[in-house]
Design a protein around this ligand. Structure first.
Ligand code: BES
Ligand code: MN
Ligand code: ZN
Length: 498
């Protein structure tokens, strides 16, 4: 784990030095205890606000160096907007914003978690800590030199001032497991593909054993025995052998049907023989973001000892062109027995998922299945990077995912499924083909996976747009977003635990 956990809780009190961060609303009001801490410096803030035209708008900040009347070396006032318009999901963002305003060079910083309406409750304080931790995440293990002025990862020791320190620490211990899960997912997405090939990814999944997760690895021989021709066809052009990792967390009732989370883990996607253009191909190291999310989620669930039975299964392959690579025109037989005509070797993710989904469904009889995949460029055309595409055969599950999305800010948008779309992947030579033509590309990809699902409640999340970030956000500066870990942890906590 990187050095982002220099974070603790303390009482709401004036710090004896370092950076002091406080919150004000759009009327420049503070909480009563914050106001008391500021003392005569409140006057200074009022004058500086006027001079700087700081109005307390959400996300804005006022920065005062060596403020008279305070022991702090710097006072940062962060705007929260109209207090009555705040929603609970804003707490994570607030932590990110606060963390982002603290100079990396600061040795110590204290954030007073009080709004004009009163001190934040323990759960909200833990959310702020989560946001601050995620914002501080950096991926720089391959940087050996620093440019001048680049201070590298922040070393700041952060203290969050709260009303009830013990309660905040308790709430944070569960939230910290979630932070660790997101960080793990981001690390996996950011790793270069020469380091993180299928066997190495599988090895990292086995590290979850120390949290009490049972991890089984299927190698090529095992997959051949199971008849996984769809997945194996994708990996056959690579010198890196394919793997499946199955992670099981049994925190729920003994024998209760598990929730199954399934991730696309294409460690690098060249497109294969239907090779991709060169520009931007390096991004395809992130074509395992679905598998990264599933691994991070299992880490979070085990880390906080979630009262649920959950399975995380990831299909790990590398899609390469080679003398032995799969060709357009090939027909492969999936584990389900259904045959697939390969039209385009770049539509490989659905082939991997077909076998993993069928395997998990038949072996574990899960209560539901949710797969995550950076599956289609078409979903980015449709939804941009704001929403993941949601395809679902069950209205209850769909509503729960949408709700968890709004609560965490990892939003999903439901897309259609139906027989009119499904027939677009019928093949002349086999049971189906792996592409459905130019129109509705994300939908025909989802229909394809749906043919391996049976009657189990199932949701497919196309995260091609959300799995990696093209711009920094309040809670992430790195490329890998770790998208989906918070969403699914929330879904489990709200609807399937206890
Ligand atoms: N991994 C890609 C999809 C992708 C594109 C993810 C950009 C993230 C960013 C996937 O395997 C793919 O190549 N899909 C093709 C499907 C097509 C050949 C039917 C696509 O979307 O173009
Ligand atoms: Mn592809
Ligand atoms: Zn792909």
């Amino acid at each position: 784990m990187p050095d982002t956990r220099r974070l603790g809780f303390g009482p709401i009190a004036a710090p004896s030095g370092g950076v002091l961060v406080v919150f004000a609303d759009e009327s420049l009001r503070f909480g009563t205890r914050t106001r008391a801490i500021l003392g005569s410096a409140a006057d200074l803030v009022a004058r500086a606000a006027k001079a700087e035209r700081f109005t307390g708008k959400s996300g804005s900040a006022l920065d005062l160096v060596a403020p008279a009347g305070l022991k702090a070396s710097r006072l940062i006032v962060i705007g929260i907007g109209k207090a009555e318009e705040r929603k609970s999901q804003d707490d994570v963002k607030l932590g990110g914003t606060a963390r982002g305003r603290i100079p990396a060079s600061a040795a110590e910083a204290t954030v007073i978690l009080e709004l004009p309406g009163g001190a934040l409750k323990a759960e909200a304080a833990a959310d702020v800590a989560l946001g601050a931790t995620l914002r501080a995440y950096t991926f720089d293990r391959y940087k050996t030199k620093r440019k001048e002025g680049d201070e590298g990862p922040a070393k700041t020791k952060l203290t969050l001032g709260v009303a009830d320190v013990a309660a905040a620490r308790k709430a944070w211990s569960a939230r910290e497991a979630l932070a660790d899960g997101v960080v793990l997912a981001r690390d996996l997405v950011n790793e270069p593909p020469n380091v993180l090939y299928p066997a190495e990814f599988a090895r990292r999944a086995t590290a979850l054993r120390k949290l009490g997760v049972a991890v089984d690895i299927l190698d090529v021989k095992a997959m051949r025995r199971l008849g996984m021709g769809a997945l194996l066809g994708v990996g056959q052009g690579s010198t890196h052998e394919s793997r499946i990792a199955v992670m099981r967390w049994n925190g729920g009732k003994k024998g209760a049907a598990p929730l199954a989370f399934i991730g696309k883990g294409v460690c690098f996607d060249t497109g294969g023989i239907s090779i991709k253009p060169a520009a931007g191909m390096e991004d395809m190291k992130g074509d395992m973001a679905g598998a990264a999310c599933v691994t991070g989620l299992m880490h979070a669930l085990a880390g906080r000892k979630a009262r649920v039975n959950a399975i995380g299964a990831i299909g790990l392959v590398e899609n390469m062109p080679d003398g032995n690579a799969q060709r357009p025109g090939d027909i492969v037989t999936s584990m389900s027995g259904q045959t697939i005509e390969i039209i385009n070797t770049d539509a490989e993710g659905r082939l991997v998922l077909a076998d993993v989904v069928h395997y998990i469904n038949t072996k574990f009889k899960p209560k539901l299945m949710i797969d995550l995949a950076t599956l289609t460029g078409a979903i980015m055309v449709a939804l941009g990077q704001e929403h993941a595409g949601l395809f679902c055969n069950d209205d209850t599950l769909s509503e729960r995912l949408i709700k968890a999305g709004l609560a965490t800010g990892e939003k999903v948008w439901r897309m259609p499924l139906g027989p009119e779309y499904d027939k677009l992947i019928d093949s002349k030579f086999a049971d189906m083909k792996n592409t459905g033509g130019r129109f509705g590309g994300s939908i025909t990809a989802a229909q394809f996976i749906g043919r391996f699902v049976g009657k189990t409640p199932w949701a497919h999340l196309d995260i091609a747009g959300t799995g990696f970030a093209s711009a920094a956000s309040d809670i992430n500066k790195s490329w890998g977003s770790g998208w989906g870990v918070r969403l699914l942890d929330r879904l489990v906590a709200e609807d399937y635990e206890g």
